[in-house]
Structures are given as C-alpha cells and as structure tokens.
Design a protein around this ligand. Structure first.
Ligand code: HEM
Length: 214
C-alpha cells in the first residue's frame, strides 16, 4: 500500500484552488502561443485540438479518483469537483473555438455539422450532458438532490465514452494516441463494474482490510 505524506487539512482548500490555476495553464499558454503566431500549422485547429485533448484528460482524471481510493487508499475526492469542472470549461472553450474561430458563428454550417457529421454529433451530446453536471457541482445541489445527485452524476461515464469515441472518430485513421485514450476510458468504466466486489474482498469476511490500510 502506498503511504504518501498527507497534506495538512488547513491546506486542502488552497490545494484545490492551486489545481484550478494549474489546470488552466494549458489553455492560457495555447492561447498565448496562438495569439503570438507561435502555434505550428493552422493555429485555430491546433488550439481547438489542444482544448479538446485537455477536456478528455480532465474527464479521465475525474474518473481516476475512485479507483485510486479503492486500490491505494489515497483519498483525493476533494479534487474531483475541480477536475470535473476543468473538463467542463475545456469543453466550453473547445466548443467556443469551433463556433467562433473555426466557423465564424456561421450557424447554418454549425447546425449542419452537428446534425450530419457523426463525430460532432457525439461531441455535442457529450457537451449537452456535461451541462447539468456542471450546474449541480456545488454543495447546495448535493443537499437538494440527495441520492438523485449520485444517479445524475453517473452520466460522466457516458460523457467520457462519448469524448473518447468523438476523438477516435475525428481522425481518418485511429492511431496509438486514440487507442490509449479509448483503453483508459474503457478500463475506468470496467472498474466500476467490479469495484464493489473488490472492496468487499479487500475488507475480508469480518470487515477487516485484507490489503493494509483501507
Ligand atoms: C465531451 C465533449 C468533448 C470532448 C471531450 C472533445 C474532445 C475532442 C478531442 C480530444 C479532439 C481531438 C483533438 C486532437 O486531434 O488532438 C476533438 C476534436 C474536435 N472536436 Fe471535440 N470534444 C468534445 C465536444 C465537441 C463539441 C461540442 C464540438 C462541436 C460541436 C466539437 C468539435 C470538434 C472538432 C471540430 C474537432 C476537430 C476535428 C478536426 O481535426 O478537424 N467537440 N474533440
């Protein structure tokens, strides 16, 4: 079992804010490089890709919190909301770049794209599903929705699958990069099917941990 030094409680809040700040660095640096002509090739496409890939990375990071706790006993649940919201804001920026910089707000083309290009339809579905999750990512909604909150937030599994599929379908030939993201999302979703049994096995028949610290 991994024994990481634990962060004193008084720094928990600051560490979450630090995560938000760090998480926005790729977008800020991409924007700066694009605005100063330092992005290679088609700068708009590069920026759009950067935002899309980071949205997917943050979705995956959000899904990693539970297996990290199950497998290693490390509780980073305090970072889950920030990671999920970072994924949401990256999708918002990705979508805005597509709409404004790529399509110049030509709504006819945008609507036709969403309706006719399956990979964009799937991306859009992922974005639409992320909205209620982002809106309910606060303590008030958790209290108000009770057990329904957990049910609603299970949508993140569908969103991550949609994101990985959208990525794979956005390229002509699926390469190692797309395969890695698909494999990661698949592994994280499959883990959800087995985690209850794994945790029961780990606790042992008398509820005592089999594998050290629970
Ligand atoms: C959960 C939501 C979404 C995620 C996680 C996501 C992620 C991604 C990723 C990872 C890529 C590939 C980046 C690369 O090539 O390195 C991509 C490309 C793209 N996405 Fe999304 N996306 C999402 C939603 C959307 C939405 C809502 C739209 C527009 C309606 C959109 C439009 C595009 C376009 C146009 C491309 C580029 C395709 C090209 O190479 O020309 N995405 N997205």
């Amino acid at each position: 079992m991994v024994a990481l030094p634990t962060l004193p409680r008084r720094y928990h809040g600051a560490s979450v804010w630090a995560l938000y700040a760090l998480g926005l660095i790729p977008a800020a640096s991409g924007f700066y490089l694009g605005a100063t002509g330092q992005l290679p090739g088609n700068a708009i496409k590069e920026f759009e890709h950067l935002l899309g890939i980071w949205a997917l990375r943050f979705l995956i990071a959000t899904l990693c919190i539970t297996p990290i706790r199950d497998l290693f006993g490390i509780n980073w649940i305090r970072y889950r909301r920030a990671l999920g919201l970072l994924a949401f804001w990256y999708v918002v920026m990705h979508f805005s770049t597509y709409m404004i910089l790529d399509k110049y707000l030509d709504f006819r083309t945008i609507i036709a794209d969403i309706a006719k290009r399956p990979f964009i339809t799937i991306g859009m579905a992922g974005f639409v599903m992320l909205i209620p999750l982002a809106l309910t990512s606060n303590n008030w909604s958790i209290r108000k929705l009770g057990p329904r909150w957990n049910k609603l937030h299970k949508l993140v599994y569908v969103i991550a699958a949609a994101g990985a599929l959208h990525f794979a379908m956005s390229v002509k030939v699926v390469g190692p990069e797309q395969m890695i993201y698909i494999a990661l999302v698949t592994a994280l979703l499959v883990w959800r099917l087995f985690r209850t049994r794994f945790n029961q096995w780990r606790r042992g028949p008398a509820g005592r941990p089999h594998l050290g610290r629970a």
